[in-house]
Write a protein that binds this ligand. Structure first.
Ligand SMILES: CC(C)(COP(=O)(O)OP(=O)(O)OC[C@H]1O[C@@H](n2cnc3c(N)ncnc32)[C@H](O)[C@@H]1OP(=O)(O)O)[C@@H](O)C(=O)NCCC(=O)NCCS
Length: 198
């Protein structure tokens, strides 16, 4: 299978993601276009979306089925949430003179899960990240998101920190990372076509 990926500029990408997030039931608080724009406005980032045909649609029209946003994080963050993230990563991820990427949000619409769309987006983001000089990509996940943890394991992310919740182990957080050496693309499995969204 060949995956069709669209790379979006910030504003159209943010609105498209606000729209697609309506189709995810997992997270209690969905991201709005405004939140996405505010976070990404002054930092390097990548917005990717995979498109696929609706099943049984004779016109073969394509719809967005999976998305992913990654963005840079720096040791001198001023945004409170990111400053907090960087401080929690202290001792687990080195920031000195290294470019670190944060895998922020992503998901695949239920009917299209398990078809490799998220792998394709992740692999494409890794190619972009290596080209942009990033050395490591980090992601955080709550203990109770077992599916996401399994996906991150399949994508070869390594656990770098476990942060227990004082009362509820389901709410404990796991931080994972992946080093991005040049040879990583050789291990990629998806065949992809990337276009730039208008
Ligand atoms: C997690 C999620 C994004 C996966 O998307 P997807 O398009 O179904 O993932 P893919 O089909 O590309 O699968 C990627 C890898 O994870 C594995 N995988 C996917 N879903 C899995 C599951 N529920 N349990 C175990 N492994 C799973 C696949 O087998 C694949 O590995 P492989 O290529 O070695 O076979 C999707 O299930 C989702 O949207 N979940 C809710 C939101 C979420 O958790 N977002 C955060 C993502 S980090």
């Amino acid at each position: 299978m060949e995956y069709l990926i669209k790379q979006y500029a910030l504003e159209p990408g943010a609105w498209e993601i606000q729209y697609i997030e309506e189709y995810f039931g997992e997270f209690p608080r969905r991201k709005t276009a405004d939140e996405i724009i505010t976070r990404l406005r002054d930092r390097e980032s990548l917005i990717l979306m995979a498109e696929a045909p609706l099943p049984d649609d004779p016109t073969g029209a394509l719809v967005p089925v999976s998305y992913k946003i990654v963005h840079e994080i720096r040791s001198d963050e001023s945004v409170p949430k990111l400053r907090d993230l960087v401080s929690r990563l202290h001792g687990s991820v080195r920031f000195d003179d290294r470019r670190i990427l944060y895998s922020w949000i992503g998901g695949t619409r239920r009917d299209w899960r398990g078809q490799g769309h998220f792998r394709a987006l992740t692999e494409e983001s890794e190619v972009w990240a290596m080209g942009a000089g990033f050395e490591e990509v980090v992601v955080k996940v709550k203990n109770r998101y077992y599916d996401m943890r399994a996906v991150l394991a399949s994508l070869q992310f390594n656990v770098v920190k476990h942060e227990p919740h004082p009362k509820d182990t389901n709410e404990s957080k796991i931080y994972l990372s992946k080093l991005l050496p040049a040879e990583i693309a050789r291990g990629h499995r998806s065949i992809r076509t990337v276009v730039y969204a208008e």
